[in-house]
Design a protein around this ligand. Sequence first.
Ligand SMILES: Nc1nc2c(ncn2[C@@H]2O[C@H](COP(=O)(O)OP(=O)(O)OP(=O)(O)O)[C@@H](O)[C@H]2O)c(=O)[nH]1
Ligand SMILES: [Mg+2]
Length: 196
Amino acid sequence: MKITSAEFTASAVNSRSFPKDGLPEVALIGRSNVGKSSLINTFTNRKIAKTSSTPGKTRTINFYRINNSFYIVDLPGFGYAKVPASEKKTWERMTGDYFRDRADRGLLRGALIILDPRREAGEVEENIYRWIEGLGARAITVFTKSDKLSRNKISSGIAKIKRSIPVGGHVIFSSLNGEGRDALGKSIRELLEGGP
Ligand SMILES: Nc1nc2c(ncn2[C@@H]2O[C@H](COP(=O)(O)OP(=O)(O)OP(=O)(O)O)[C@@H](O)[C@H]2O)c(=O)[nH]1
Ligand SMILES: [Mg+2]
């Protein structure tokens, strides 16, 4: 996918501040620090999303308008151990509101579930897959930070994760060296063209 424009347009904590132009959306969901915001920068080849080596950087729902034709939506990360229970509730409310609102309006084309192939997937990931499925949206899994692992280790990591969650179609990606950038563009296009 050729990126002709990519801009950060809104940061929201509830549906009142979501974009109102009715463009279709693809959401990024994954653990804190897994590399969601970095993926946006590498995918668009622009420094538009704030990243950090400290988990819990993205605390709001951030909308990036791509080619004036769709949004990539960066959701706050989950599973950051130091976050207090009240903040976990906030995360659940914010992401829940997001998915419900966008599915109800027919704007949600799909989700990119970002996983680190070095980590095991647990109950939270499993619930996310079920949740997205339940909304009638499609999910594509992105295994990121591929630059940190050998091919063999990536394959065994993915095989292990596949035993606990329904990975389905997937892309191997690195924000550091750009591996999988074209494949990611193709996957996003597929989600966008698949209809609501
Ligand atoms: N080596 C390597 N490092 C990466 C990659 N992607 C992200 N990182 C690093 O991982 C850290 C977290 O990246 P972010 O993109 O901020 O992660 P996030 O998922 O947006 O995190 P939250 O906003 O806390 O949910 C940063 O130090 C990045 O430089 C990658 O593909 N390869
Ligand atoms: Mg982030």
